[in-house]
Design a protein. Structure first.
Length: 136
């Protein structure tokens, strides 16, 4: 699940009477600056429904949204800025890697033939090669 899907689900739990999950996903934006979080939600579209200023709607939503998946949620004017919990995301990725038996190898050429290297090869600045490999 990507960041926008996680944010959309969290918002939808609060506004499900007024917006579908698809509508929430279409409203989500990528902030122009990393200082404004990983995903942003503009509250303008809810102003007519709630008959409040978008700034107030954003503040109300921030209080109601389950923040378990987020490092923090900031209200900046009419926007909700979501900062993803990078520790939780890293743990999830590591869990997937272990579950799928994906191997991170320092020298892909040294891996037995039962694994294939994916397109994630990189040459690091110190000239070591690495790659993520998956079982055939």
């Amino acid at each position: 699940m990507n960041n926008k899907e996680i944010v959309a689900q969290a918002i939808h739990q609060v506004v499900k009477e007024d917006l579908s999950i698809e509508q929430v996903q279409q409203l989500l934006e990528n902030p122009k600056s990393a200082d404004h979080g990983d995903v942003a939600f503009p509250a303008f579209s809810l102003a007519k429904v709630y008959r409040k200023a978008p700034q107030q709607i954003a503040a109300d939503l921030a209080e109601k949204i389950d923040q378990a998946s987020f490092e923090k949620i900031e209200v900046v004017g009419p926007y909700l800025n979501f900062f993803m919990d990078k520790k939780a995301i890293s743990a999830h990725v590591l869990e997937l890697v272990l579950k799928e038996k994906i191997i991170l190898a320092i020298k892909p050429s040294a891996i037995s033939k039962q694994y294939r290297s994916t397109c994630l090869h990189q040459t690091l600045p110190n000239q070591f090669q690495w790659g993520i490999c998956v079982p055939l």
